[in-house]
Design a protein around this ligand. Structure first.
Ligand SMILES: [Ca+2]
Ligand SMILES: [Ca+2]
Length: 270
C-alpha cells in the first residue's frame, strides 16, 4: 500500500462519469455518447461568416455587429469564418458537438439545441455564397424541386440537433421572384429541416456602419421576412421590424433599417 506523507501528493485518475449512472449529469445524453458527462448539455449559438469581395467589408462589419450583440447578451457562441460550401457542411454535421476545431475527430454531443445559427454572406434566393464555393438549395431535401437525392450534401440527412432560429444575413434568400418561386432558401430550410424559425431578406440588404445594422432600400419588397413552421407549409410573415428607434424612424423615409432577431437570452457558459 502506498502511503502519502504530509506535504507530499499523489496523482490519481479523474473519473469521467458516475459509475452508478448511465447519464451522470442527467441531461438525457448517455455517458457513452456525452461529450461532457459531468456538464449538462446546453444551447449554443453559431455565427457563420463568409468572405467579403476584395476591397469591401459589409460581411465582416455585419458579423462584428452580431458578435458584439451576442457578447453583450452573454450568449455562448462560436464565430467561424468560412469560404466554401464544404466547410459549411462540415460544421452542419457537427452542430451538436463543435468545440472550436472544424477538423476535430471528437463528435460526441455537447449541446442540446442550437439557439441561433446566424449566417452572414452573399446570397440569392437559391445560393448562399461563402466566397470560393457556394451552398445551393440543392443541398436541401425537397421533393418539389426534383433534387438529386444521391447528392451527399443534402442537409436534412445530416442534421443531428434541433435549431431554434436560422438568421440568413444575405441578400434575397427570402425572395420569391426567381424561377423557383416561393421555394427560396429560407422557405426550404424551414419546410424541410428541424428548424423552428428562419429569418431572411426579400431584397438586397446592406450593412450600415453609421446605423450599425442592416437595412434595405426596396420599399416594394417584404423586407426582412420571418418563416415559421406550420403543419403543412411554412408561414411567411413579411417585414418583421418591431424594434425601430427614433433615429431609425427618422431615416426610414429613404431606408428601412432592421434590427437582428436574437432568439433568447442565455447566461455565459464561462
Ligand atoms: Ca449526460
Ligand atoms: Ca453532458
Amino acid at each position: 500500500m502506498q502511503i502519502t506523507e504530509i506535504g507530499q501528493s499523489n496523482t490519481i485518475a479523474i473519473m469521467n462519469s458516475d459509475p452508478n449512472s448511465d447519464d451522470s449529469d442527467g441531461d438525457g445524453v448517455l455517458d457513452a455518447e456525452d461529450g461532457r458527462p459531468w456538464v449538462v448539455n446546453r444551447m449554443i449559438n453559431y455565427l457563420v461568416v463568409g468572405q467579403d469581395r476584395p476591397g469591401e467589408s459589409p460581411i465582416d462589419d455585419c458579423a462584428d455587429y452580431y458578435e458584439e450583440l451576442l457578447k453583450k447578451k452573454h450568449m455562448p457562441r462560436y464565430r467561424l469564418e468560412i469560404s466554401t460550401g464544404n466547410e459549411f457542411y462540415y460544421l452542419w454535421s457537427r452542430l451538436d458537438s463543435y468545440h472550436g476545431d472544424l477538423e476535430s475527430e471528437e463528435l460526441l454531443p455537447r449541446y442540446s439545441i442550437v439557439d441561433n445559427l446566424i449566417i452572414v454572406c452573399h446570397g440569392s434566393s437559391e445560393i448562399l455564397d461563402f466566397g470560393q464555393t457556394a451552398l445551393s438549395n440543392k443541398m436541401i431535401h425537397d421533393d418539389d424541386l426534383n433534387i438529386d437525392f444521391n447528392d451527399p450534401m443534402i442537409l436534412g440527412d445530416y442534421q443531428k440537433i434541433h435549431i431554434n432560429v436560422i438568421d440568413l444575413q444575405a441578400c434575397n434568400c427570402a425572395n420569391e421572384d426567381s424561377e423557383y418561386g416561393k421555394y427560396n432558401i429560407a422557405h426550404e430550410l424551414c419546410a424541410n429541416l428541424d428548424v423552428e424559425t428562419v429569418y431572411a431578406w426579400d431584397t438586397e440588404c446592406k450593412f450600415s456602419t453609421l446605423l450599425d445594422m442592416n437595412y434595405y432600400e426596396d420599399s416594394d419588397s417584404d423586407g426582412y421576412v420571418k418563416y415559421t413552421k406550420t403543419s403543412s407549409e411554412p408561414n411567411r410573415v413579411p417585414n418583421v421590424d418591431e424594434h425601430r428607434t427614433i433615429l431609425l424612424f427618422f431615416v426610414s423615409w429613404c431606408y428601412n433599417p432592421v434590427t437582428p432577431k436574437i432568439h433568447s437570452l442565455l447566461s455565459s457558459e464561462g
